[in-house]
Design a protein around this ligand. Structure first.
Ligand code: EPZ
Length: 424
């Protein structure tokens, strides 16, 4: 069991490089598995969710080499249509294999996915989407089984602008016969990234980044080379950590336009925000003001930055309110913040934060990826030492977390055994 020990109270200052997008990488690695040959992906973050997807695709027959930053995937041998239960259980993005296998082979047997405990997170939208492409879909014994002699294009309204459903539909429909139109599609930068990569592979996708995506199916996709977009959630986490510690942090390589909602809120809280071509810098200039935040699908305020924002707001003067509209129970982190002295209360879908609190180090856990990041931010701002357990949740989404924080002047030590296993 590994833990992170953080000695708080130091202002974070300096520059860190943003990693490649985790959620973009997961979708794009899945897309590469549709190809008839080899793809090379640059800027892939070395985090646990990526290595888990690598293991899943290897079990399906792909050959993958992953050295820091670069992943090469040879999908020629991908002929197994049944995804492994244990690996898929641990991660939501494992369900992209359903779209891949259905598109590639016309049949898929994929376990119901796991992932962060932040809500019920069913896959009913995905299944309805596959059915709209003509697949016969059944769920039994914990598996989804889907089959179609050949998928055919169709019209599908994506409920709640679901990110994962939009991704899975782009994957499957790229290899369907005919044209698919997705209405109310997700508009995240990672959707655009995935569509751009699929088009490089020979797909014909238009409208990614708008709420209507049109996909003309094709018979074969070929491998390509691509560089993954920077991770706006990782970058946003370091900006919020800098703000919470009264510091001055530049996240190099971060694209300001991907985090407009976050930067607007940081300015409203009284922080100095400097967006530039080299990245985004946020500097604390004095007292932080309380905020009202509603999460929403892109371009709204990202749900993946909600817990980290709440951690920062424990240091703000006044009562803040964060309304979580995407996931119904993304609040486990609030129990941990309370252990550290925060005045945080959950009422329905809203988190109320009274500040500023004098946070003090305590034994806490990382309940999920972003909830874990919130705990780290609170620990950095707290007086004394915080010991964080369940670090594996942080490792699922953050590459080299303690190294980057140390670079910014934090005192962070990882105790315990081995780090992330290299995927071969
Ligand atoms: C993706 O999850 C991300 N995961 C999440 O990132 C992110 O929080 C989320 O999108 C929203 O931006 C990956 O990319 C691997 P959704 P996803 O489908 O695709 C409900 C992180 O920390 N829903 O947009 O699962 C669902 O329960 C993570 O990096 C259904 O009811 O999100 C949620 O309430 C965590 N049925 C809402 O829709 C379905 O079939 C939106 O979910 C699908 C979704």
């Amino acid at each position: 069991m590994e833990t992170l020990r953080i000695t708080g109270g130091r202002r974070l200052r300096g520059a860190v490089n943003v990693a490649g997008g985790k959620n973009s990488s997961l979708a794009i690695i899945a897309a590469a598995a549709l190809a008839a040959d080899v793809s090379t992906l640059e800027n892939v973050p070395h985090c646990r969710d990526v290595t888990t997807l690598v293991e899943i695709l290897e079990a399906l027959g792909a050959r993958i080499a992953f050295v820091p930053g670069r992943l090469t995937i040879d999908a020629r041998g991908l002929t197994n249509h049944a995804a492994p239960y244990d690996l898929c259980r641990s991660m939501r993005a494992s369900f992209y294999t359903a779209g891949v296998l259905l598109g590639r082979m016309g049949r898929a047997q994929v376990p119901l996915p796991g992932g962060c405990s932040i809500g019920a997170r069913p896959v009913d939208f995905h299944l309805r989407g596959f059915a709209a492409l003509g697949a016969k879909v059944v769920t039994e014994h914990g598996f989804v089984k889907a089959a179609a002699r050949r998928l055919r294009g169709g019209l599908f309204y994506v409920p709640r602008s679901s990110f994962g459903t939009t991704t899975n539909m782009m994957l499957a429909a790229s290899m369907a016969k005919g044209t698919t139109v997705l209405q109310n599609a997700a508009r995240e930068p990672e959707i655009v990234d995935t569509a751009v990569f699929l088009n490089l592979m020979g797909a014909r996708i238009r409208g990614a980044g708008t709420d209507t995506i049109t996909i003309e199916g094709t018979d074969e996709l070929h491998g390509s080379t691509y560089t993954i977009v920077p991770d706006r959630n990782e970058g946003g986490t370091y900006l919020l950590a800098g703000a919470a510690t009264g510091g001055d942090v530049l996240v190099e390589g971060m694209i300001p336009e991907h985090v407009t909602a976050l930067l607007t809120k940081l300015e409203e809280a009284g922080l100095e925000v400097v967006p530039g071509t080299d990245g985004v810098r946020v500097r604390a200039t004095g007292e932080i003001r309380a905020l009202d935040v509603d999460t929403a699908p892109y371009p709204g305020f990202a749900t993946d930055l909600h817990p980290q924002m709440a951690a920062m707001l424990t240091l703000a003067r006044g009562t803040s309110r964060i309304r979580e509209t995407v996931f119904e129970s993304r609040f486990a982190y609030t129990d941990e913040l309370r252990r550290m002295g925060a005045d945080v209360r959950v009422e329905g879908e809203t988190v109320h934060v009274n500040g500023p609190s004098r946070l003090s180090g305590a034994p806490v856990e990382a309940p999920d990826i972003r909830g874990g990041a919130a705990v780290v931010i609170a620990a950095l701002a707290a007086e004394g030492e915080t010991e964080i357990s369940k670090v594996e949740n942080l490792d699922r989404g953050y590459e080299g977390l303690e190294g980057k924080l140390t670079l910014l002047g934090a005192r962070v030590v990882r105790d315990g055994s081995a780090g992330i296993r290299e995927a071969g």
